[in-house]
Design a protein around this ligand. Structure first.
Ligand SMILES: [Fe+2]
Ligand SMILES: [Fe+2]
Length: 248
């Protein structure tokens, strides 16, 4: 399968980093559970796509694809749970999902708003990216043959998803599939940019709040404490009532 699906050049360059991400068995288990969620999500989106398409062949293929994704979800779930059962309890930690994500499937694409051509183009690119990533994860999981076997099985289906979406796109695209693929590529780039921007905004927001808490607030707290020291202790005597001879 490695010959059919090759990891991208960037992922190949980052291979040591991927190996490090997958080395920790707790992180490996949690990542598999997260992959199970995204696969199940993808399966639901594909079932919806099968409902919406008017093309009978595409409907059959989408349904088969949805079944595959749901099966991947149960494979990842079972392996993640088995790993966790064999490990001592530990709090969840760093998962590096931005570096080693699972299959994004239709991501946050609204299936109902897309036509068959744009859906197929988007699916093809997603499946290709997922297959490349899974091929790399499989390569770095040398010390965990059971998890490697799960990726082996999933990878086989991803290669089929990658090829059928391309074949169907070529059949459906009246003006050629290249333009569609480029538009889908730009859409994916835009989504990747939004993801990075949101992550950066979250980091900057947390940093700013911490600076406010630890740098801006302490002087005010000190001033308030000093002012409190100048106040006489105990209850203050009530003010004398003013004679009711004036309005003021
Ligand atoms: Fe999958
Ligand atoms: Fe897939």
């Amino acid at each position: 399968m490695d010959e059919v699906v090759r990891p991208s050049a960037v992922d190949r360059a980052l291979r040591p980093l991927h190996a490090w991400v997958w080395r920790d068995p707790h992180r490996r288990a949690r990542k598999l559970l997260r992959f199970a969620e995204t696969e199940a999500d993808g399966g639901r989106d594909l079932s919806r796509a099968a409902e919406l398409t008017r093309d009978p062949l595409l409907r059959r293929l989408y349904l088969r694809h949805a079944e595959d994704e749901l099966r991947h979800a149960s494979l990842f779930l079972a392996r993640g749970r088995a790993l966790l059962r064999a490990l001592p309890r530990r709090r969840s930690g760093f998962e590096a999902n931005w570096l080693a994500p699972g299959e994004r499937g239709l991501d946050d694409l609204r299936v109902g708003d897309e036509g068959d051509e744009s859906l197929l183009a988007f699916l093809h690119l997603s499946e290709k990216a997922a297959a490349g990533r899974f091929a790399l994860y499989r390569q770095v999981l040398t010390n965990d043959p059971a998890t490697r076997a799960v990726f082996d099985e999933v990878l086989h289906d991803e290669a089929f998803h990658m090829s059928y979406t391309h074949t169907q796109l070529s059949r459906m695209a009246t003006r050629g599939s290249r333009g569609r693929l480029w538009r889908a590529r730009i859409g994916r780039l835009w989504k990747a940019y939004l993801r990075v921007a949101a992550a950066l905004a979250s980091v900057l927001g947390t940093l700013l709040l911490r600076v406010q808490y630890f740098v801006v607030l302490p002087p005010f707290a000190l001033l308030a404490r000093r002012a409190a020291k100048r106040e006489p202790p105990g209850f203050m005597p009530a003010r004398q009532p003013s004679p009711l001879t004036s309005l003021y």
